[in-house]
Design a protein around this ligand. Structure first.
Ligand SMILES: Cc1cc2nc3c(=O)[nH]c(=O)nc-3n(C[C@H](O)[C@H](O)[C@H](O)COP(=O)(O)OP(=O)(O)OC[C@H]3O[C@@H](n4cnc5c(N)ncnc54)[C@H](O)[C@@H]3O)c2cc1C
Ligand code: SF4
Ligand code: SF4
Length: 425
């Protein structure tokens, strides 16, 4: 169900954040029989996972797992999904919270059939946030093909313009509502699970690695979008400056992570992400050379270790133990030279490649903006679970850097904690 009319009560649970963790908490609790309200600030569910091309270590598209979960949500009348929504205020104590939720306008109602006529009629183009600004989309758009809910969005940028009117006129289903306004509602819930996830660390803050200065230095999340069939290049990995098929690519590990000036902690997933992205490149370009500069390769557990060993056997993949000191561009060719010191031989290395990927880490969304609730955070901004106090819990990357498997385990555990809060009342 995707409505905002359901009755709330102290026997229900609020989940904030509709990424894989929030979705998991929601379906696990709802399938036990509890009423769950899922609040997501984006116009769609799926969070960062929706932006990935493939999952490590199985290398299957994340759409499989998401689709199964979307079906579980659709089939369960206990689940109420609120997109374009945010929590404004939380009052109360465990077992008895009053929550104020703000809904931002989508300007498209539930009549939408996703026919795409508004998109065709719209002339304005806006930068695609989903693709990290690597392409433009129309001011009336579907966030991505399998978006849930399957409903178009009209950008606030075209409201009050001729384009807004054109979209309305083009819609045969009376689904465009240009007068839609923001509104707030109050909900009563007994427990809250915060699954507000992570953001890629802002690579422009890492002065020596050239991101934002050199077009052929990209981040790992940009690489996920470049490799995705529904991405800005329809899945073809080409370098941004001239769309050339790269013959050599470098990965710079710990870009911003394990660094006191940026994120002091290990982001847990970026070694595995680069190893996975190496397979994207090697599949498209059998002769391309891949250079991975690392401090240590962290591939925890037997399955990840096996994945790492397989990549190491590839004779076109070079793993170099050495922290990258600087990255320079040859302005004539657009090529990038990565400078590092080999930690094993002490030798200074200068490796010129056609494109460089910064393995940027995860920063909790709560590092910069704190949530409107009485929560504790650690020094890096992750929410600390205070099980003694109870009532409110953090799941997935809101609590610590994690892969999807660990996020799901944490989310299932927090569904149980939320249920225990309701049962104890
Ligand atoms: C380059 C890269 C590749 C990766 N590849 C893999 C992989 O192959 N396999 C794997 O297991 N893991 C991978 N990961 C890790 C994976 O992305 C995370 O494990 C996963 O995203 C965690 O999900 P989450 O729900 O905790 O957070 P998120 O995916 O960040 O979801 C959080 C959701 O909460 C919403 N939200 C945030 N704040 C609010 C708010 N205040 N109100 C309402 N909603 C809010 C957000 O919009 C978002 O939808 C990769 C990570 C990176 C960086
Ligand atoms: S809003 Fe109307 S025109 Fe646009 S996709 Fe939906 S049904 Fe089609
Ligand atoms: S996972 Fe690897 S690249 Fe990421 S911070 Fe940890 S050691 Fe560095």
């Amino acid at each position: 169900m995707t409505d905002n009319k359901a009755a709330s009560g102290n026997g229900s649970i609020l989940v904030v954040g509709g990424g894989i963790s929030g979705i998991t908490t929601t379906v696990e609790a709802a399938e036990v029989g509890y009423e769950v309200f899922l609040v997501e600030k984006n116009p769609y569910l799926g969070g960062r996972v929706a932006q990935l091309n493939q999952y490590f270590p199985k290398l299957c598209p994340p759409s499989c797992g998401l689709e199964i979960n979307f079906r579980r949500i659709k089939d369960n009348r206990k689940v109420h999904v609120f997109t374009l929504a945010e929590v404004e205020k939380v009052d109360g104590t465990p077992g008895n919270y009053t929550v104020t939720i703000k809904f931002n306008p989508r300007y498209v109602n539930e009549n939408c059939t996703c026919c795409g006529d508004c998109e065709a009629a719209c002339e304005t183009e806006i930068s695609s946030d989903f693709n990290f600004g690597m392409n433009k989309i129309k001011g009336a758009y579907l966030p991505f093909e399998m978006a849930f809910p399957a409903r178009y969005v009209i950008s606030p940028q075209i409201i009050g313009t001729e384009d807004g009117k054109r979209c309305k006129e083009a819609c045969k289903y009376d689904a465009v509502d240009l007068d839609m306004e923001a509104k707030t509602i109050n909900l009563q819930v007994g427990a809250i699970v915060w699954a507000t996830g992570w953001e890629p660390y802002d690579a422009t803050k890492i002065d020596n690695l050239g991101y934002g200065q050199y077009p052929n230095v990209i981040t790992n999340m940009m690489m996920e979008r470049l490799a995705s069939p529904n991405g800005p290049t329809r899945g073809k990995i080409t370098r941004p400056s001239d769309n050339k098929e790269p013959e050599s690519i470098a990965f710079v590990q710990c870009a911003g992570s394990r660094d006191e000036n940026h994120l002091p902690y290990c982001s847990y997933i970026c070694c595995m992400a680069s190893l996975k992205q190496t397979t994207y490149i090697r599949e498209q370009y059998p002769d391309a050379k891949v250079y991975i500069f690392y401090i240590d390769v962290r591939a925890p557990g037997q399955r990840y270790e096996k994945f790492y060993k397989k990549i190491k056997e590839d004779e076109n993949v070079f793993l170099i133990k050495g922290k990258v000191a600087e990255v320079n561009e040859d302005s004539g060719t657009g090529n990038i030279t990565v400078v590092a010191e080999n930690a094993e031989t002490g030798e200074k290395i200068k490796q010129t490649v056609e494109m460089t990927v910064l393995a940027t880490g995860m920063q909790p969304t709560t590092a910069t903006v704190k949530l409107p609730a009485d929560l504790k955070y650690n020094e890096d901004g992750f929410i600390i679970n205070d099980f003694e106090k109870g009532g409110m819990f953090a799941a997935g990357c809101a609590n610590k850097p994690a892969d999807v498997v660990s996020s799901n385990q944490s989310a299932t555990g927090m569904a149980l904690k939320a249920i225990q809060t309701l049962v104890k009342r």
